[in-house]
Ligand binder design. Structure first.
Ligand SMILES: Cc1ncc(COP(=O)(O)O)c(C=O)c1O
Length: 299
C-alpha cells in the first residue's frame, strides 16, 4: 500500500447508494458508530475484478449488523453489485489484487447508548493492494509475540461479528507487538487457549496434519475455511481442536490466514521457532490459484 493518507486518495466511494468523490465521503463527528462502536465492516479482495467468495463476505456483513441489532438498508444483491461497480468505477477491474472495505454504521441523529432511531449508513471503499512479497520473502516468515490481551468470552460480546468494537484489543495487541519489534501478536482466548492473530486465523503443522483452533470464540475466517478445504484436497489431515500455548513447540510450521494477510508464514512466536517450508509453500500456492479463477482457467 502506498504511504498516501487514506483520506487523501483519488477515486470514488460508494456511500448510501451513490458514488461520491473520495474526499467528499464524510460524516458528522457525533456519529453513533464513532462513539459507541455501532459499526461493522468487511474486508474482501478482488483478483482481476472478481471478488473472492463475495456472497459469503456480504452475508457476513449483513449478519454482523444483525448481531449489533441493526438491519442494512440494502440487499445482498445490491451490495454485491455496488462492490463490483466500485471496483470498475475506480479502474481496478484488471488489478492483481484490490482490497474492498464495505462497512455500515449508525448515524448521528441521537447520541446516547440506545440507537434505534439512528439511520444506518453503508459505504464501500476500494483500493489497489497487491501482494508484494515473492515466495522466497514470504517463506522467511513473520515474527510474532504473545498478546497481552485475550479474546473475550462469547457471552461477553458478539464474538462472531466483524464489528469495530472487537478490534480495540487487536489494535492494542498489535501496537504492543510492534513496539517490541514483532510483526504480529498471537491472542489467547478467555480460557487461555490459542485463538488467533489480530486480524487473521492461525494454523500449525506437524506430521502431515494441520491443526487449528476451533472457531468458537473468534471469527471463523472465510480464508480459514478455504484453507481447510484446500489442505484436505492436497492430502493434509485437518484437525480443529483446542490448542494450548505450551503445545506450540510440537509444531514445525505455522501460518496465518485472512483476506488481507492471505497466507502468511510464521517464523517464530516468542521463543518457539518454526521453519516455514513445504506445507507453507503448498498452501500459499494453492490459495493463490484458488483466488484467481481467471488466471487458473487461462493456464
Ligand atoms: C480478527 C480476525 N480474525 C480472522 C480474520 C480472517 O477472516 P477472513 O479470512 O474472513 O478475512 C480477520 C480478517 O478479516 C480478522 O479481522
Amino acid at each position: 500500500m502506498s504511504a498516501l493518507a487514506m483520506d487523501q486518495r483519488e477515486g470514488w466511494i460508494w456511500y448510501d447508494g451513490e458514488f461520491v468523490p473520495w474526499g467528499d465521503a464524510k460524516l458528522h463527528i457525533l456519529t453513533h458508530g464513532l462513539h459507541y462502536a455501532s459499526s461493522v465492516f468487511e474486508g474482501q479482495r478482488s483478483y482481476s475484478g472478481v471478488v473472492f467468495k463475495q456472497r459469503e463476505h456480504t452475508e457476513r456483513l449483513i449478519q454482523s449488523a444483525k448481531y449489533l441489532d441493526f438491519e442494512l438498508p440494502f440487499s445482498a444483491d445490491e451490495l454485491d453489485r455496488a462492490c463490483d461497480e466500485a471496483i470498475a468505477r475506480n479502474g481496478l477491474s484488471n488489478s492483481d489484487a484490490t482490497y474492498i472495505r464495505p462497512f455500515a454504521w449508525r448515524g448521528s441523529e441521537e447520541l446516547g447508548v440506545p440507537a434505534r432511531n439512528n439511520k444506518v449508513h453503508v459505504a464501500i471503499a476500494v483500493w489497489d493492494w497487491p501482494s508484494y512479497f515473492s515466495m522466497e520473502e514470504k517463506l522467511k516468515g513473520i515474527r510474532m509475540t504473545m498478546a497481552r490481551w485475550r479474546r473475550p468470552a462469547p457471552d461477553t460480546i458478539p464474538c462472531k461479528a466483524k464489528a469495530a468494537g472487537l478490534y480495540m484489543i487487536c489494535m492494542l495487541s498489535k501496537h504492543d507487538a510492534m513496539d517490541r519489534g514483532y510483526t504480529e501478536a498471537l491472542m489467547l482466548d478467555h480460557r487461555g487457549l490459542v485463538a488467533e492473530a489480530t486480524s487473521a486465523n492461525i494454523f500449525f503443522h506437524r506430521g502431515g496434519e494441520l491443526h487449528t483452533p476451533i472457531a468458537d470464540t473468534f471469527l471463523d475466517g472465510i480464508t480459514r475455511r478455504t484453507v481447510i478445504d484446500l489442505a484436505k484436497k492436497n492430502g493434509l489431515k485437518v484437525v480443529e481442536r483446542r490448542i494450548k500455548p505450551e503445545e506450540l513447540s510440537d509444531f514445525d510450521e505455522c501460518f496465518l490466514t485472512g483476506t488481507a494477510a492471505e497466507i502468511t508464514p510464521v517464523a517464530e512466536i516468542d521463543a518457539v521457532k518454526f521453519a516455514p517450508g513445504r506445507v507453507c509453500k503448498l498452501i500459499v500456492e494453492a490459495y493463490a490459484q484458488e483466488v484467481r479463477p481467471k488466471l487458473a482457467a487461462a493456464q
